[in-house]
Unconditional design. Structure first.
Length: 319
């Protein structure tokens, strides 16, 4: 009698996939993202100072990924929001919440000190969520500076899109650090980020970004930017002078600057040329905007500046 061929049962794989999806959903129950302690302290002191300036408060918030996320999350929450229109402007959020509430949000947040990071991860080492947060804030600042140098309207929207385009990956790297490390290892083996993301988390990072966006009532323009990002990477959409497209290009520019090799170098040059064409600015003007963004990062977020500098990202952009 012939022995029956045993087909691999896919039920175990499906159950494991569903379990990973559930673990990821549970991670998204986190309501706050940590701020770097000096930034939170500076924000609280500025809010209670009689000589405070809204512009300075805005810049402090924009200099920290955790503060930016949680101030916008509070402003868009059902408790504070006046209508269903979501806010993406830090300045509008400050105006709507008031300085007392802004200070309260900063006081209630978990805070991470540079010393604590070194004690946990080693001197000069940073966890992935800090690295991703630093890159995101730098993307936002560079977008903001390019908009201003080109005299384009609405720098707030472009900062929002550039800073939070990768919020799903940043958040999951914080909430599930060990699984995120496993994803990075698997990504190199699989040769594809999306495949590795789905295998480890049950979702892609873009899926997580959209879930967070809906949970926190963040602007719909963030989801639109994600779809444009997918289309550009697949070569299915032309490079057009729209804010979501600009945000995708700047995020790609900074991502390439963090990598080595001729392929990343050539892609960085191609993106740089596209941005100069969109803004109709010279190489000198682009360089000035880039240096202004670096100066802004160094002034308002010294730890994030150290992070992007230590990975050679600034040198690659300024070559």
């Amino acid at each position: 009698m012939k022995e029956k061929i045993q087909h691999k049962d896919t039920s175990d794989y499906i159950l494991e996939h569903l379990r990973r999806r559930e673990e990821t959903r549970n991670a998204l129950s986190y309501e706050v993202y940590p701020a770097l302690s000096p930034m939170a302290r500076a924000l609280i002191l500025s809010c209670v100072s009689p000589a405070t300036d809204t512009t300075n408060i805005e810049q402090i918030i924009k200099g920290d990924f955790g503060l930016s996320v949680n101030i916008l999350r509070a402003a868009n929450s059902a408790f504070y929001a006046f209508d269903k229109t979501s806010l993406f402007s830090i300045r509008q959020a400050i105006t709507m919440l008031g300085l007392n509430t802004v200070a309260q949000v900063a006081s209630d947040m978990p805070r991470i000190t540079k010393k604590a990071l070194f004690e946990q991860y080693g001197q000069g080492q940073y966890p992935n969520w800090v690295i991703l947060g630093a890159k995101s804030i730098f993307s936002g600042m560079l977008s903001d500076m390019l908009i201003r140098h080109a005299s384009w309207p609405d720098p707030d929207r472009i900062f929002f899109l550039s800073a939070f385009l990768e919020i799903g990956e940043t958040f999951i790297a914080f909430a599930q650090e060990e699984r995120y490390k496993a994803y990075r290892r698997l990504r190199w083996k699989k040769g594809g980020a999306s495949i590795a993301q789905t295998e480890i988390f049950g979702f892609t990072f873009d899926d997580i970004t959209i879930a967070l966006m809906k949970k926190w009532n963040f602007s719909q323009c963030l989801e639109n930017a994600l779809w444009i990002k997918k289309a550009i990477y697949k070569g299915k959409v032309s490079i057009t002078p729209t804010e979501p497209c600009i945000a995708v290009l700047i995020e790609g520019l900074i991502d390439c600057a963090g990598k080595s090799g001729m392929r990343a170098f050539r892609l960085q040059e191609k993106i740089r040329d596209s941005l100069k064409g969109i803004f109709n600015i010279s190489n000198k003007q682009f360089g000035t905007a880039l240096r202004d963004a670096i100066t802004h990062l160094e002034r308002y977020s010294a730890v994030y500046y150290e992070v992007v500098d230590s990975y050679g990202l600034l040198d690659n952009l300024l070559f």
